[in-house]
Design a protein. Sequence first.
Lengths: 130, 130
Amino acid sequence: MFASHNLRTPLGRARGLGSAKDGLHHWWLQRLTALALIPLTVWFVASVVGLAGSGYEEFATWLSAPCTAAAMILFLGITFHHAQSGMQVVLEDYVSDHGWRNASIIVVKFICYGLAVLSIVSTLIVSFGG
Amino acid sequence: MTQAAKPAARPLSPHLQIYRLPLAAWLSITHRITGVGLTLGTLLLTYWITAAAYGPDAYAAFTDYLDSPLGYLVLFGFSVALFYHLCNGIRHLFWDAGKNFEIAATNRGNVVVLVGTVVLTALAWFLALA
């Protein structure tokens, strides 16, 4: 039984509410960043192991290679995205007070994006020769 | 109904306080703990690259901090957490794809994750200090 001012069927209204695929967005990005971080983490650890014991000059020379800088920026950006995404889930699960939960998620996201920009800008400065 | 129904002997939902967690559950909570730890570790990562952007003196100050017993302890913990989160994260991606849910496969996965973490950590430190 439909009111005369609304001829849409319940199914049509439900469809009008948007695609349920959006509900996967957070979950999907967390997995996508995880997948990307597998090779990037292996590269990062191998690089740090190679740099062990070396000083500023070696580090700056290493980071100034275009491919190294690009890989580092990818690693940093995706790492911080993955970190804030995972922290959000942990905070949603364990902080029961609604206000504190939202506040802590917002603070963690702001810090993660701030650190991401700081570390990427620093990478560029070292890469371009400070 | 003149007679109270006898409660059916249904399986009870396990409660954390009386249920001995299987190894896979310990590894699962460890995944979250290492994830939070690695998020804190991004502060060190950012400090490292930002110090380099500030120049050789700031970079030397950073490496001097790390070249101490506490510094090595932090780096060691960082590396264990990273390799654990990497190995167990790959297992989570298999689970997300609907694979390896059988008990035997899960138990094999426990061993692979733990051995993988130990081997990768030992290998990285051996190569770094060699």
